[in-house]
Design a protein around this ligand. Structure first.
Ligand SMILES: *Cc1c(COP(=O)(O)O)cnc(C)c1O
Length: 405
């Protein structure tokens, strides 16, 4: 039998990154604004914007930084209320807190997606902006969300940290709202250790974000508009905001860009393999009466590098026993709500004043399991993981069923 693989290891960085990293080490040219033009960070921004089909991209130090800058770039007043999902990574409410805004949480359903009825209700409670976090790459109903937000003229920021390569009706996730944010942290599809990027078609928004990211003095001149495309708009926006905004210095450095650039061409392959792996394992897990992988939404084509499933008919002791049995079989399962201080459980975001209760989201988090499934895994490794999970459920529940307890 194949041993369970280490699912925390990343893929090797493409060999072609080496020569460029070596060149940068030789020249010491690591700061994005030293070269007069074509610094690796600038080239990466152009390539990423082209890949996404957006006018502008701004590379920054993390997706969290991209989310924070997006909020600041929207020019929201202090204490503006920002609606976010109750199931996301702590980085999302943190970005709202850093922007001196107030996070407002909405319910998330059993399928890990925003509960649109609850979202709509809270949207009318003095909300100034929305962050849609496509948590673990699960896309919420963007048709309904955009219709509700557009009707009220509320800007939407997409947290697409885990959604690079995901599409909705064929449109790229991260390009549907006013601005989309991505991560290059090691557990995401493109790995630079750390890093992030925001994409938008809004010249005024990107000009504000560029300056606040640390393009002091006239360094914004090194951010080019796409060829022949509203270059005047971007110049005018930079002129308008010159010296008007604080600098947060959240820039990316050239070494990170050199590591990211050769991975961008790998994205379609990683998406294809990740999706095939996910759907194969989902089919195996769904054969167990105790495991349920929620269906994707019809408009969605996903790019998963992990799998989430719900435990069905297990009480809390049995959920913990399942987790222990899977661990015994060599597969580590995170049950979001069951571990102490989990950063994806909203009740641990205690920096939020008057933290609300979200019964539906809490119930989901107490039984929702998370297993990493990187695109590089092979069939026998997937069989081993799926076998460990269905076997662990059988270990705990088969006996209960046999004895009718
Ligand atoms: C990883 C992640 C983030 C944070 O990304 P960083 O680049 O580490 O700041 C935000 N949101 C989601 C959904 C994530 O998965």
């Amino acid at each position: 039998m194949t041993l369970p693989p280490n699912v925390y290891d990343a893929e090797p960085i493409p060999a072609s990154a080496k020569a460029e990293v070596e060149r940068l080490l030789q020249s010491g040219d690591l700061f994005r604004y030293t070269a007069p033009q074509d610094a690796p960070v600038s080239l990466m921004e152009s390539e990423f914007a082209e890949m996404m089909g957006t006018k502008y991209a701004l590379a920054v130090s993390s997706c969290s930084a991209a989310l924070f800058l997006s909020l600041k770039a929207l020019n929201l007043p202090r204490d503006a209320r920002v609606l976010i999902p109750g199931f996301t990574f702590a980085a999302v409410p943190s970005s709202v807190a850093h922007a001196d805004c107030v996070p407002v949480l909405c319910e998330v359903g059993e399928n890990y997606r925003i509960d649109v009825a609850d979202f709509e209700q809270r949207l009318d409670d003095n909300i100034s902006a929305v962050i849609i976090s496509h948590m673990r790459g699960h896309t919420s109903d963007m048709d309904a969300i955009m219709a509700l937000c557009d009707a009220r003229d509320i800007p939407v920021i997409e947290d697409a940290a885990h959604s690079l390569g995901t599409t909705w009706h064929g449109r790229k996730i991260g390009t549907i709202g006013r601005v989309g944010c991505f991560s290059f942290q090691s557990y995401k599809l493109v790995n630079a250790g750390e890093g992030g990027i925001l994409v938008t078609d809004d010249a005024d928004l990107v000009a504000r974000a560029v300056i606040m990211s640390g393009a002091y003095e006239h360094n914004w001149q090194k951010h080019k508009a796409p060829e022949g495309d509203n270059a005047g708009d971007l110049q005018a926006a930079f002129a308008k905001w010159q010296n008007q905004l604080p600098l947060y210095n959240l820039r990316l450095n050239n070494l990170s860009a050199a590591i990211i650039r050769p991975q961008l061409t790998e994205v379609p392959r990683r998406v294809r393999d990740g999706r095939a792996n996910h759907d194969y394992v989902a089919g195996l897990l769904n054969t167990s009466p105790w495991l349920a992988v929620p269906d994707k939404l019809a408009a969605e084509d996903r790019a998963p590098d992990s799998i989430q499933f719900n435990l069905v008919g297990l009480d809390n002791d049995q959920i913990l026993a399942f987790q222990a049995a899977a661990n015994q079989r060599g597969v580590k399962v995170q049950v979001f709500g069951q571990s102490t201080d989990n950063a994806r459980a909203f009740w641990n975001w205690q920096f939020i004043k008057d933290l609300p209760e979200l019964p539906q989201t809490r119930a989901m988090l107490m039984k929702a399991c998370d297993v990493r499934l990187p695109a590089r895994l092979k069939r026998d490794e997937l069989d081993t993981i799926a076998g460990a999970l269905t076997g662990a459920a059988e270990d705990v529940m088969g006996q209960a069923r046999a004895y009718g307890t």
